[in-house]
Design a protein around this ligand. Structure first.
Ligand SMILES: Cc1cc2nc3c(=O)[nH]c(=O)nc-3n(C[C@H](O)[C@H](O)[C@H](O)COP(=O)(O)OP(=O)(O)OC[C@H]3O[C@@H](n4cnc5c(N)ncnc54)[C@H](O)[C@@H]3O)c2cc1C
Length: 510
């Protein structure tokens, strides 16, 4: 008899949601996490008396009864975390050369704001939101399809908008609604949340990200760690076993049972497996190759990862609110042509200046959340960074990559802080603590393919049927969750975990 009903590999948002879904259904679950701490990108880290949150800066759809709140409620943790609402009048400030877009809560309110910013473009803005509504409706309808061909055909007939936009880049939609380059920039501005410029981005992803945040923006009181802790508490309450420092190295199937081996040679057996590791890793490296169909192997081997990032985690004695820093995220763009902005990031040398970056202060968003000591603040600055620049140190563990690596990331980090001084004057003179992370940090801490922030790239050919779904592994009893399935972001990953957990529960039921 198998040791467990299910083994879940990886404790990111997707893995913890899948485990909790199964545990709440009464199945025995073992959650295996490679790293010392659970949570993947939700795992915070502490330096002196500062706490930083690498992979969660804001979330949408969290008002009571909104979609994300309902997902958390389904897992029994809707009430376990308090979400602090960010300024509904402007939680994202996109700063272009001579225009600032302040994103506000509410589709109608935001449309009014766009029309007031671009009065000559009223018709284009309306056209954009007509497409927006149809795409949202189609995405909702697509959730019941599960890849069945006949259902797919009737779906496409009912939702021709998907025929039009599911395989083309977001730039196509932008070109169809307006030729105003400033409005195009405004409509493409949130692309940092999925890491691809409009010329390469999926229309579906771009619209879903807009829809997520137009319902308002929230920050978990206590940071990403508070959400992680709520999951861990829920899992323990429902009897799931959690093991850290347990990197899975192989998944095999013998006599109808899965055999999952971890680095220490220990093996566990289970009737079902859910993997929250990137599907490229799960299907390309962990599962016995004999079990993987050739077309799945090909798909996994062709997947392009998302972009990497350079992050600066800062503790400062600056009184941020007194110099105008609010709970709004600040996103800098050096040009209205966001496609060009992405090209300005050099692949093989450090940039002189950063054409785009994101600044946020968790301690301003959540003042009593324990982020910084009294009188101090935390700031997190993020920008794009190529894996190529750092790849020669890729096989060395964190903290052991030597002086050349350290010097490179410090040089880039210092330039990033200098760039951020446009918005936080004097920052470089008020650094109480600084730590930098590169694409290698993502690769090391969450096993991200080539250090990508968001799983596989969110381009049209890698979304929907082009991506992976909870069941596309093509192996009975093996399911997938996490950013490599529905898409990146905490909410889609939680949804993917619930979906995969539900599928595994149906599979396990006699
Ligand atoms: C800089 C940055 C900022 C972001 N900001 C936001 C934001 O503001 N809002 C938002 O919604 N999203 C944000 N995201 C995206 C979001 O954090 C992720 O999409 C999401 O958390 C990923 O969840 P996941 O389920 O894919 O698992 P991950 O978080 O990727 O975790 C996977 C886990 O699996 C473990 N694992 C992998 N391989 C193995 C193995 N072989 N054995 C055992 N364990 C293994 C890893 O160690 C890791 O713990 C951000 C991401 C980044 C990088």
């Amino acid at each position: 008899m198998a040791d467990y009903d299910a083994i879940v590999i990886g404790s990111g948002a997707g893995g913890m949601s899948a485990s909790l879904k199964l545990a709440r259904c009464g199945f025995s679950v073992l959650l295996l996490e490679a790293m010392p701490a659970f949570g993947g990108y939700l795992n915070p880290f502490r330096r002196r008396n500062y706490t930083f949150n690498p992979g969660l800066h804001y979330l949408g759809e969290l008002a009571r009864e909104d979609s994300f709140w309902r997902l958390l409620d389904e897992l029994g943790i809707g009430e376990a975390v308090r979400f602090v609402e960010l300024d509904p009048e402007g939680f994202d400030r996109y700063l272009f050369p001579d225009y600032e877009l302040r994103v506000c809560k509410g589709r109608e309110h935001f449309i009014e704001r766009l029309i007031s910013d671009f009065p000559k473009e009223e018709r284009g803005i309306e056209k954009f939101f007509e497409a927006f509504d149809k795409i949202i409706e189609a995405v909702k309808a697509s959730r019941s399809m599960e890849g069945e061909v006949l259902k797919m055909l009737s779906f496409m007939l009912k939702h021709p908008i998907m025929l039009r936009y599911s395989r083309v880049p977001y730039q196509r939609l932008l070109d169809e609604v307006t030729s105003d380059r400033r409005l195009q920039a405004a409509l493409a501005a949130p692309c940092g949340s999925y890491g691809v410029p409009p010329a390469r981005a999926s229309v579906i992803t771009a619209i879903m990200v807009w829809a997520h945040y137009l319902k308002g923006a929230y920050y978990p009181h206590g940071g990403g760690g508070a959400l992680r802790d709520a999951f861990v508490k829920g899992l323990r309450k429902h009897g799931a076993e959690l093991k850290n420092r347990s990197r899975v190295v192989s998944i095999n199937k013998q006599g109808g049972e899965f055999v999952v081996e971890i680095e220490s040679d220990h093996r566990y057996t289970a009737r079902a497996v859910i993997s929250d590791a990137d599907p490229v890793i799960t299907l390309g490296r962990l599962v016995n190759p004999k079990l993987v169909a050739p077309r799945i192997k090909t798909k996994a081997s062709r997947m392009r990862p998302s972009a990497g990032a350079l992050c600066a985690f800062i503790g400062t004695d600056l009184d941020l609110p007194s110099i105008g820093i609010t709970d709004a995220n600040i996103i800098h763009y050096s040009d209205y042509d966001i496609n060009k902005v992405y090209e300005l990031f050099p692949v093989s040398r450090p940039p002189e200046d950063f054409p785009s970056f994101f600044i946020t202060s968790p301690s301003v968003k959540d003042p009593d959340g324990g982020h910084a000591p009294e009188g101090y603040h935390t700031i997190e600055i993020i920008t794009g960074a190529s894996y190529e620049l750092f790849k020669k140190w890729a096989n060395l563990p964190s903290g052991k990559r030597g002086d050349e690596y350290k010097a490179l990331k410090e040089k880039m980090g210092e330039r990033l802080i200098a760039a951020a001084e446009r918005y936080i004057p004097g920052l470089s003179q008020h650094l109480d603590l600084v730590e930098y992370a590169t694409p290698l940090s993502n690769a090391y801490w969450v096993n991200a393919v080539r250090g990508g922030c968001y799983g596989p790239e969110h381009s049209p050919d890698q979304i929907g049927r082009g991506r992976f779904t909870s069941f596309t592994a093509g192996i009975d009893g093996l399911f997938l969750a996490g950013a490599g399935t529905i898409g990146c972001g905490v909410m889609p990953c939680v949804a993917s975990g619930i979906l995969a957990g539900g599928k595994a529960a149906s599979y396990l039921e006699p």
